[in-house]
Design a protein around this ligand. Structure first.
Ligand code: ZN
Length: 503
């Protein structure tokens, strides 16, 4: 067979696999937004069929033959070419998929579907014992998964690789340890300062219809294209990249809490701006797909935090918010507002945490997951280990497991290895922002005028359009000239909080 033909067939099959996946994402979006309640049984049959077909397409022996055929094609050997990146990543996905025994994949799907239900009930009832048998099964299956896939240093590497290709436990541990060592004293200084913002201004009356108008205006201003996307309402906000020209985000509105929707919308719009910039002509193949979950999260946190929680952003948007919510905001000064949206407050729940303490929540989970997978920690001992680590990091002990080790859905979904991508996102966001400021000069001046195009275009070119041409670590090196480091995030946090807290 001709090598060009083999490559063309490989690309064709990969695109078809992605097309099938995008059908599942429309159905998944519909399930979480507008599907009537009684449609769920039929929907799960549709989703089950698509998942089976998808797995069959991904693991066809023909893919292996084509990969073998193209591997010494000169274009594939050409460093940094589309061919090289596509073949490298198609091979990675194929090898991961065929290494996993069919029985293990099916068992994981069965167990995690039921475990999510069990977790919901256990969390509701604050009953860890009810969830324990499921956690034991999941840890057991994930350990089998890591053995099947194989790893160089530690079994956790094999699980991490699913979300952050090429990253290793060892290198993440080093960056996280350095971050924690510098973050802990910063958080302690903030606590000792005794200063507190007027939080009540966030908890006034914010009519939902006006929040929607305001949120859409902000999302459009930072660059979310509503001709190629939409914003709807769900309990758990998400971004779904269906394909070129169709990227959908969701949010939830709380009439007595302004933060939830606006920062949620900026976050999801950040994910969506990335998806909307992926090159349409490469839809479904690696060079047209997002790099990694950590890089994806860097884009949501860039817009939510680096931009959206900045003073220049609110210099532009607070006057607009005052027009939208005159009774809630007429007496509010910019300084008070800026301080209120940047309150640092150790708390038990990760999803409610501020920019600084958030990372300590992640590091705790990253360490516990490694111990569960290595066997150093038994699932039955997870609550005690959680509380002990929590006390060390936050000088607080969760009053119950609902506010402790039962709070997140991830373990019940089998998503062990996912958590570190959140803090990787914060780290990459800060490092990219440093570089953008160096390359573009006075970005704060842009934001004060409500202009975000220069930053968006820079991100489009440097971070979005390369797709998976390089793995996350190399992308970071190419964009910023340096490997991933905790320093930019720490400098950014200290630079923001020092004046606010007088430290
Ligand atoms: Zn996100």
């Amino acid at each position: 067979m001709d090598k060009d033909q083999a490559y063309a067939e490989l690309i064709q099959r990969t695109k078809e696999h992605a097309l099938l996946g995008s059908c599942a994402s429309v159905l998944g979006w519909d399930e979480r937004t507008y599907m009537p309640h009684e449609g769920s049984t039929h929907r799960s049959e549709q989703m089950g069929l698509l998942a089976r077909l998808s797995h069959e397409m991904l693991t066809q022996p023909r893919i292996g033959e084509l990969l073998a055929e193209v591997q010494d094609d000169p274009q594939v050997k050409l460093k940094d070419s589309n061919h090289a990146a596509n073949v490298r990543e198609i091979k990675r996905a194929y090898e991961r998929a065929v290494k996993l025994p069919k029985e293990l994949v099916e068992e994981l799907a069965r167990v995690t579907t039921r475990a999510q239900q069990a977790w919901q009930e256990a969390r509701q009832a604050n009953d860890f014992q009810a969830f324990l048998p499921w956690l034991e099964k999941i840890v057991h299956l994930k350990r089998q998964e890591s053995q099947a896939i194989g790893f160089q240093a530690t079994p956790y590497d094999a699980l991490l690789d699913e979300y952050e290709p090429g990253a290793t436990t060892d290198e993440i541990s080093r960056v996280f340890a350095a971050l924690r060592a510098d973050l802990a004293p910063l958080i302690a200084e903030i606590a000792a300062s005794g200063r507190k913002p007027k939080r009540d201004i966030l908890e006034r009356e914010y009519p939902v219809d006006r929040q929607e108008v305001f949120g859409k205006e902000a999302a459009a201003a930072i660059g979310f294209n509503f001709q190629a996307g939409r914003l709807d309402v769900t309990t758990h906000p998400f971004c779904s990249g269906v394909g070129p020209g169709d990227v959908r985000i969701t949010t939830r509105y709380n009439p007595r809490h302004f933060n939830e929707s606006i920062f949620g919308i900026l976050h999801e719009a950040g994910h969506a701006i990335y998806e909307q910039a992926l090159p349409a002509e490469h839809f479904g193949v690696p060079v047209g797909s997002a790099c990694s979950l950590g890089i994806h999260e860097s884009q949501s946190r860039m817009w939510e935090n680096q931009v959206g929680r900045g003073r220049p952003f609110w210099e532009h948007f607070l006057p607009k918010a005052k027009q939208a919510f005159p009774s809630a905001l007429q007496d509010v000064a910019l300084d008070d507002w800026y301080f209120a949206v940047n309150d640092v407050q150790p708390s038990f729940v990760r999803v409610e945490a501020d920019e600084a303490t958030y990372n300590l929540h992640i590091i705790l989970r990253f360490e516990l997951e490694q111990a569960l997978i290595s066997g150093d920690l038994l699932p039955q001992d997870a609550p005690a280990a959680w509380n002990e680590k929590f006390q060390q990091s936050f000088q607080l002990t969760p009053p119950n497991d609902k506010l402790g080790c039962l709070q997140d859905i991830h373990w019940s979904m089998g998503g062990i290895g996912y958590f570190p991508t959140y803090t990787l996102g914060n780290l990459y966001a800060a490092q990219f922002m440093d570089q953008a400021r160096q390359d573009l000069g006075d970005l704060d001046g842009d934001f004060r005028r409500g202009e975000f195009g220069r930053l968006k275009n820079w991100l489009n070119e440097k971070v979005h359009r390369p797709g998976q041409r390089w793995r996350a670590g190399e992308l970071c090196q190419r964009v910023t000239g340096k490997p991933l480091s905790h320093q930019p995030l720490l400098r950014y946090l200290r630079g923001k909080y020092a004046p606010l807290y007088g430290i």
